[in-house]
Ligand binder design. Structure first.
Ligand code: API
Length: 324
């Protein structure tokens, strides 16, 4: 308890900084002359084209987030998320922060494109920098702000080897793998392309993304034995050589309004199967992302981020997870 108390005090200046223009509750407290004990840990509820993101900045803290704590945070009013982005101090020279990414089911992901733009938005607000480098389990991701207030993330190089996806058995050509699913009363999904953008993705090419009940097929495909680490499942409809419509069932999160890494996986797979060029607009239910697969193999993802509100998490959320 003593330790938690100390940590709360260390969070106080940040809360005061944030409350100046966001939450009346915090503002009132900051203006008071009484000695205050801050009882919660601040978080930012954000979204990247509708993909629900919570950013939790633990760079000045000894706290760690466990899978149980991540699930508890998701159940906290105002803190619901598809992905939780936890910031820790940078470990690699030249990087600005390290990120751990949780899905709502408490599982960890190696990559989250929409969440990375949200984190970047928060960090750009701290200083005059126009470039950042964020550390993830999938490597270092450079981010820059665009002239129109969006964010471009270098999502790294895609991997296509069957062991890299990973798949449970060898496939030499991962542009299409043998997989078919669909009961007799619904159209069949088959022959997905697969790609790894730090995290595993399967893409089913369809004529109309609305013709399939992804909520019904998603869980079966996500957990199919061919994907030993499960997979994010996309339906992709090519509208033109530079425009693709996509719906996503996310590993560990289910149907979401958007998934940045899925947009990247779809874009590189579309170019790889000669459906499109290497620069495409990907339209998801929550909005659009622009994806460029450069000749040097790097994927660039550009899109917006939005702050919804600042809140605070009860200290008990972390009680079992404070670093010893
Ligand atoms: N929504 C995220 C991806 C989360 C991926 C996660 N569902 C997993 O790989 O387990 C995005 O914008 O890239």
């Amino acid at each position: 308890m003593k330790r938690l108390f100390r940590q709360h005090l260390r969070f106080a200046p940040k809360i005061r900084h944030e409350c100046s223009n966001v939450q009346p509750f915090f503002r009132q407290r900051a203006q008071s002359n009484e000695r205050q004990v801050v009882t919660g840990i601040p978080f930012a509820k954000m979204n990247g084209i509708g993909n629900e993101i919570v950013v939790l900045d633990l760079r000045d803290s000894d706290l760690k987030v466990s899978p149980e704590a991540a699930r508890a945070i998701a159940a906290t009013p105002g803190a619901h998320f598809d992905q939780l982005m936890v910031l820790y101090p940078a470990r690699t020279p030249g990087s600005d922060a390290a990120m751990t990414i949780f899905n709502i089911d408490g599982s960890e992901s190696e990559a989250c494109g929409n969440g990375t733009r949200c984190v970047a938005m928060r960090l750009f607000e701290e200083g005059a920098k126009d470039r950042l480098v964020l550390e993830t389990r999938a490597g270092l991701l450079p981010v820059r702000k665009t002239d129109d207030g969006q964010f471009t993330v270098g999502m790294g190089k895609p991997k296509f080897g069957w062991q890299d996806i990973p798949l449970a058995e060898p496939f030499h050509d991962t542009r299409y793998i043998e997989l078919q699913i669909g009961p007799i009363d619904a159209p069949i999904l088959h022959s997905p392309s697969v790609a790894n953008i730090g995290n595993p993705h399967a893409i089913f090419w369809v004529d109309d993304v609305e013709a399939y009940d992804l909520a019904r097929f998603g869980p079966l495909l996500e957990n199919h034995p061919i994907f030993p680490e499960r997979a994010n499942i996309s339906l992709a409809q090519v509208l033109s050589p530079d425009h693709i419509r996509v719906k996503v069932w996310e590993r560990g999160a289910g149907l979401t309004k958007a998934c940045g890494s899925a947009a990247c996986a779809v874009a590189v797979s579309a170019a790889r199967t000669k459906r499109t060029g290497r620069k495409v607009l990907v339209s998801l239910p929550g909005g659009d992302l622009f994806i460029e697969w450069r000749d040097d193999d790097q994927i660039l993802m550009t899109g917006p981020a939005e702050l919804e509100h600042i809140g605070e998490l009860p200290a008990e959320t972390f009680e079992d997870t404070a670093a010893a």
